[in-house]
Design a protein around this ligand. Structure first.
Ligand code: SDX
Length: 425
């Protein structure tokens, strides 16, 4: 029986009962599937800012309260007490692993880190100047051919093997892409190093600084998942067609690469370098506020967080520690970022639009202190988000309500008209 307490009344008096689906936390859903039949109109919601696309049990974000939870555990608590391998297990399997489960998972990841020769050959064949995100996308597109035991969406064993292999292999792929761009051969992963430490080792070919490895692991935890963000929704949309999971991840990587999304960390650093000194901050703030200037303050604003992004606060604190530990210069960019943050947050334009620093605002400064080139910042994001992408891809294929994604449009084109022969045009 539909709970008809929610209803829509169309202009010609049609009453459309809307079935309410209660959430465990946050907003409920109103099913609008019957709306078009009763009213001749679909919901119009560019950018899906007010649309629920699926049910999920993985992550919860409260934008008003600055809350981020993975499977019910606060992300900042996990950032302080857990590590990326444990959080990956949590996102994939729904519970914190028992010590024996974590050890087995960690041992399994070790066996899955090495890249297949075809994948390495694809990376080596890419132009050296290619952006690492395009190299990672190409490498992921080879994976279904290289690993045919983990590509069937409807097979639970395939889904499990895919999710573990994807998480294990992404650092190796990203590190090989980095070394290719430096004209260097890839470095194989080591069995004695954990996820983040191995990533730094495979990039630089030497024992990683423990503080840098720990900071990187915490960054991976904080970037691991974030509900139905642009790239995760892209993974779900591509995956809804039944395509293999690695190709779904490649689609997600493409979406993440954009400067409005995961490409923002790279854009923040380039923006800070362009600003150069505190004296020029006002100039850039004015540009960001100018409706006729496409420039936006990179690292500020968020579709969901209309309060602080809890990740930004933690990353700002880590930034301070890493700069000190790595003696990364005098932290000029960090001080400039702090200046910019203080000025922007006191400005009416940003306050009135509730624009706060987001996850990307400080992360680039840490990566730069680790001597990563700006082009490698988004790949760091992709390595982390592979855990979330894989968890969502698996969840959607376990969902009995799964349907191929196919939104509608508001057609504003020409009305029917007859063909005009070329000689009469
Ligand atoms: C991530 O969804 C996720 O969860 C993403 C993410 C994740 O973990 O997956 O959190 C990671 O992508 C973080 C966001 C990184 N991107 C940036 O830092 C790029 C800069 N930010 C903006 O492009 C923007 O804030 C977005 C894309 C993040 C959000 O865009 P929305 O929600 O569509 O906001 P909007 O465009 O509707 O902006 C509302 C107003 C507009 O002004 P008015 O038309 O009302 O006058 O705020 C203004 C915008 O012009 N505005 C900005 C601004 N962001 C929004 N003005 C200047 N600088 C900015 N950064």
């Amino acid at each position: 029986m539909t709970d008809s307490s929610d209803k829509l009344v169309s202009r010609d008096g049609h009453t459309v009962p809307l079935k309410r689906r209660a959430s465990v936390l946050g907003a409920d859903a109103l099913e609008i599937s019957g709306m078009a039949a009763a009213t001749g109109a679909y919901g119009y919601d560019p950018g899906y800012a007010a649309t629920i696309s699926c049910t999920s049990r993985i992550t919860y974000v409260d934008g008003e309260k600055g809350v981020l939870m993975y499977r019910g555990y606060a992300a900042d608590e996990l950032a302080r007490n857990s590590n990326f391998e444990e959080v990956s297990w949590l996102l994939l399997h729904g519970e914190l692993p028992k010590p024996s489960e974590l050890q087995a998972f960690s041992d399994e990841l070790k066996t899955l880190r090495a890249c297949a020769p075809e994948v390495l050959a694809t990376i080596a064949a890419m132009p050296a100047h290619a952006h690492p995100m395009s190299v990672i996308g190409a490498a992921l597109s080879v994976m279904p051919a290289a690993h045919t035991d983990c590509i069937a969406p409807n097979d639970a064993d395939h889904r499990r093997r895919f999710s573990h292999r994807a998480i294990a292999a992404m650092p190796t792929i990203a590190a090989a892409a980095f070394r290719h761009s430096q004209g260097q051969a890839p470095v194989s992963p080591r069995e004695d190093l954990g996820h983040a430490a191995n990533l730094l080792y495979m990039m630089f070919g030497k024992d990683p600084n423990p503080t840098a490895a720990k900071a990187l692991d915490t960054l991976l935890v904080l970037h691991a998942d974030h509900e139905q963000n642009c790239s995760t929704s892209t993974v779900r949309m591509a995956g809804s067609s039944g395509v293999n999971p690695f190709s779904s991840l490649a689609a997600g990587c493409a979406a993440l690469w954009g400067p409005a999304h995961g490409g923002a960390n790279e854009a923040v650093l380039k923006m800070l370098e362009a600003i150069g000194s505190p004296e020029r901050i006002e100039e850039y703030i004015a540009r960001a506020k100018d409706p006729n200037d496409p420039f936006r303050l990179m690292g500020f604003g968020h579709r969901v967080y209309k309060n602080f992004d809890p990740r930004a606060t933690i990353i700002r604190d880590i930034c301070h520690e890493v700069l000190k530990a790595l003696r990364a210069g005098r932290g000029r960019l960090f001080r400039l970022a702090r200046n910019l943050e203080e000025i922007a947050l006191s400005d009416r334009y940003f306050k009135s639009r509730r624009l706060y620093p987001n996850v990307d605002f400080y992360s680039g400064i840490i990566y730069r202190a680790m001597k990563l080139p700006a082009e490698m910042f988004t790949p760091m994001f992709a390595i982390a988000r592979t855990a979330g992408w894989a968890a969502h891809w698996c969840e959607m294929h376990e969902d009995p309500e799964l349907r191929i994604g196919r939104p509608r449009q508001l057609y504003m084109g020409p009305k029917p008209r007859a063909y005009i022969p070329a000689e009469d045009r």
